[in-house]
Design a protein around this ligand. Structure first.
Ligand code: FES
Length: 189
């Protein structure tokens, strides 16, 4: 079937017995304006959509630094000190305040470090056993040295070290969650 697009004298074409698609100037510009308006609407809605959907793709991990304690508190420490910290977490549109245990300890060069108390095996809470001079996990018997190095048992890596900083004389930590039962520290989003 023959098809043509013609913008002038449609009556002659119809009279000639041909199929004709008639596009006059008014309908052409109308269609153009409709496409332009739809495109502009879509373009302007991008920032609004990004704002509304932000909580869905934002990270669910902690969003702020938490105080662990005054630096003077740890100045003379020779064994790990357990502390409970609080931090805000965003979960979708909700903001949740969580509490977690951490240990302030010393690294191999004597520097202060903060370790997560969450066992890297399957997530139980590790505790410091002064008599043994080790961290011990009650679930499957995992053991760690005072600096968090893995010593014994099923945990596939050492205890997880957290980012720290000192602000106004206070030791602060940025709490993060890590994937369980993998050999390397992989942060969860
Ligand atoms: S959860 Fe700690 S050793 Fe298994």
């Amino acid at each position: 079937m023959e098809q043509e697009i013609n913008t002038s004298k449609p009556s002659e074409r119809v009279a000639a017995g041909k199929d004709v698609i008639i596009i006059n100037r008014r309908s052409f510009f109308g269609a153009l304006m409709a496409i332009g308006t739809a495109g502009m609407g879509a373009f302007l809605s991008i920032p609004v959509l990004r704002y509304v959907l932000y909580p869905l793709y934002a990270k669910a991990s902690g969003t702020e630094w938490s105080d662990v304690g005054d630096m003077t508190e740890f100045a003379g420490s020779t064994s790990p000190v357990r502390k409970t910290i609080t931090f805000a977490q965003r979960d979708g549109w909700r903001e949740v305040v969580s509490a977690q245990s951490v240990y302030v300890t010393r690294g191999q060069q004597g520097q202060l470090e903060v370790l997560s108390a969450i066992c890297p095996h399957l997530g139980c809470s590790v505790s410091w056993q002064k008599a043994q001079d080790e961290f011990v996990c009650p679930c499957h018997g995992g053991r760690f040295a005072p600096d968090g190095q893995h010593v014994f048992g099923p945990p596939p890596r050492s205890m997880d070290r957290l980012p720290t900083r000192v602000q106004g004389g206070k030791l602060q930590v940025h709490f993060e969650y890590f994937r369980s039962d993998v050999p390397n520290q992989e942060q969860l989003s």
